[in-house]
Design a protein around this ligand. Sequence first.
Ligand code: HPA
Length: 269
Amino acid sequence: MSKSDDLAALIQRRAGAEPPEYGLILGSGLGHLADSLDDGVAIEYGDLPGFPHAGVSGHVPKLVIGTLEGRRVAVFGGRAHYYEEGRADAMRLPLEVLASLGCKRVILTNAAGAVRGDLEPGGLMMLNDHIAFSGANPLIGETDDARFVPMGDAHDPEMRAALSAAAQAEGIALPEGVYGWFSGPSFETPAEIRAAKVLGMDAVGMSTVPEIILARFLGLRVAAVSVLTNMAAGLSDEAISHDHTKAMAPAGAAKFEKILRRFLRDGGA
Ligand code: HPA
């Protein structure tokens, strides 16, 4: 058995064997959702050998499996980032475990800075594409031909359509856009953000893209939503900081939770 199968067996002994319908990975300041599940069984990452530390403040390093709006979900309360140890595949094992649990779909969230003028701090943006501007890739070193993952439809059209419909039903704006992945942990410079704009990035952040690549590699369908916590560097007078990200994220997270609940209630995708 692979390591992920072993961990999946451990998780199933504690949380039951029924496969989760959705996996969720929560970004900075979005961890609250992990505590909102009915009958949630929580397992600390520390109890899952090989799981990342995920110790960035604002993240909750635990896996919670339970029910949300009548659907079984597996919520990862925190992620590990490329900038923590220089490993773009830091979230590979959690995603492999999700696949070993029999889960086929994953929804990723993150905090991001808005680049496009019509996007607002406190609001959301659903990713319709991305640019891996960090230059890293979580599949470097992989030897199987499966590493040549097509990315043309990486952001699942059906999941996006259902999330859009749920947002509309809730009266919450969910514009779509292109997410640019910078390595972090320093924020971008104003010149980098001007370049990002020219390159077609609508929002920028330090996560998520490696997880999208890994999810597709593992055959999981994936959609991702950014919580916009600030205008990106140079676009507003407001100072950018991780404290600000953590303070702003809950407003957007509350909107995301409403959309997610409606999406699940209405049958998902
Ligand atoms: N840049 C990168 N990551 C971020 C930002 C930002 O402006 N805001 C929140 N996460």
